[in-house]
Design a protein around this ligand. Structure first.
Ligand code: NIG
Ligand code: FE
Length: 424
């Protein structure tokens, strides 16, 4: 299939982008891309490719911009129920962590999610996955973490794997048994830490090898935060995970700086996520490392908190910055990466080019898939978007509506209900 007549074919090139490189996009005016067997064969101008492949099936981009499929490297896609009542409590002045300390927050979603079996979890998550896809996310990471006991955590991993099989949204799974201390261990957080490290991790690994051996091991993540897991507890879990061969991620510095960013770098984690309260020293250290810095601007936005990731300090020091939605029922029920990018340009002071890089190739690097997805380059999976605007900058300039017209996933074409706002 030849996708042709794109006003501009826009993509980062050459693997994950650091610092200044995040601004370098290849922009081919009147662009075209040749797709065969679900992969990208060639990207060039429409004249070149129509001339070289006149008999190929054609998809006319109609003078609109074409970009890589968006990648969302941090979501809590699978849960049951909602927390609208807590949102009202927060509007009246209670903080997120106060609600969590009183037995609400993550624990309240744990109660609802434990009761839901795999089928019900899928039934509730599927519309969210479909909505993410319709808004241009072609691959997303998805975490367990609303079970906090082995059986329910495995139900959630199973739901993620089944959702991935259902498609078209492709999922990268993460085990987040250390999302909060399980209610049964409320007075014994070290006991729960030991349970996760010594029992759950080996059990998840055996389950995975028996049931999902065709997939690489999931990431292991920990919520390193006052009121969740201390730095020592986080280290205990992640060192064990690393020993067992799991790749690592960490939730760090969302509300307080505990030193989790330094730990992420020391352990060679694939990513360190949130990074709102991170110290300058740790930001510098992160920027010089191979760990991807993942910022989640929907989270402070959702909490009406004015503090956002110091993204400029990461990029200007040569770091690899990615963006993600953090889709979850507590802080950010939003899986729309277009909105994430729009927030990032305003509150993280990213340029449109940096935002696109952060939501594509660098996001792919945060889930260790930058060799397969995240850019429009020969050999990569044919995951791309035809927008309904002719300049990719419109994607971050406008916000609040869907500017994706067609999603192409592994070479299959999915038309999205057209929303024609205004011609441009
Ligand atoms: O990334 N911080 C921990 N986890 C989520 C919130 C999850 C929830 O509140 O249900 C986050 O913000
Ligand atoms: Fe999160």
């Amino acid at each position: 299939m030849l996708i042709h007549s794109a006003s501009q074919l826009v993509t980062p090139l050459g693997g994950m982008r650091r610092g200044k490189e995040m601004s370098d996009l290849q922009i081919i005016p009147d662009g075209a891309v040749l797709v065969r067997d679900g992969r990208i064969v060639e990207a060039s101008s429409t004249d070149d490719l129509l001339g070289a492949y006149p008999d190929e099936d054609k998809l006319d981009a109609g003078g609109k911009a074409v970009i890589p499929g968006l990648v969302d490297p941090h979501t809590h896609l699978v849960w049951a129920g909602d927390r609208a009542a807590e949102f009202e409590m927060r509007l009246q002045g209670k903080t997120y962590m106060e609600i969590m300390a009183a037995g609400g927050g993550i624990a309240s979603t744990v109660r609802a999610s434990r009761q839901a079996g795999v089928e019900e979890l899928i039934r509730q998550a599927l519309p969210r996955a479909r909505s993410m896809f319709a808004h241009g996310t072609t691959t997303a990471e998805a975490k367990s973490g609303y079970g906090l006991e082995l059986g329910s955590e495995i139900d959630q991993l199973q739901a993620i794997l089944e959702l991935d099989t259902l498609g078209p949204l492709e999922l990268a799974p993460t085990f987040l048994g250390a999302h909060a201390v399980a209610p049964e261990y409320r007075d014994d957080p070290d006991g729960y830490t030991a349970l996760v490290a010594d029992d759950m991790l080996p059990a998840v690994k055996s389950w995975w090898e028996a049931n999902a051996a065709q997939h690489p091991l999931p990431f292991v993540d920990v919520f390193c935060e006052a009121g969740a897991f201390t730095l020592q507890q986080t280290r205990r879990i992640l060192e064990k995970a690393r020993e067992l061969g799991f790749p690592l991620k960490i939730h760090v510095d969302e509300f307080e700086a505990l030193g989790g960013t330094r730990l992420a770098v020391e352990l060679g984690a694939a990513s360190a996520d949130h990074l709102v309260k991170t110290t300058d020293e740790e930001l510098q250290m992160l920027a010089k490392s191979h760990t991807v810095a993942v910022s989640l601007p929907c989270t402070p936005f959702g909490l009406a908190d004015p503090h956002y990731t110091q993204a400029r300090a990461i990029i200007d020091n040569g770091g690899v910055l990615a963006l993600a939605s953090d889709l979850n029922p507590g802080t950010a029920w939003c899986g729309n990466m277009q909105f994430v990018m729009a927030l990032a340009c305003r509150y993280l002071r990213l340029t449109p080019a940096e935002a696109l890089t952060a939501a594509t190739i660098n996001a792919a690097a945060a889930i260790k898939r930058e060799d397969k997805i995240g850019s429009i380059e020969p050999g990569k999976q044919a995951d791309l978007l035809i927008l309904n605007v002719d300049d990719y900058c419109q994607l971050v300039y406008r916000f609040g509506t869907n500017l994706v017209q067609t999603v192409v996933k592994s070479g299959r074409v999915y038309p999205i209900q057209p929303v024609q706002e205004s011609v441009c």
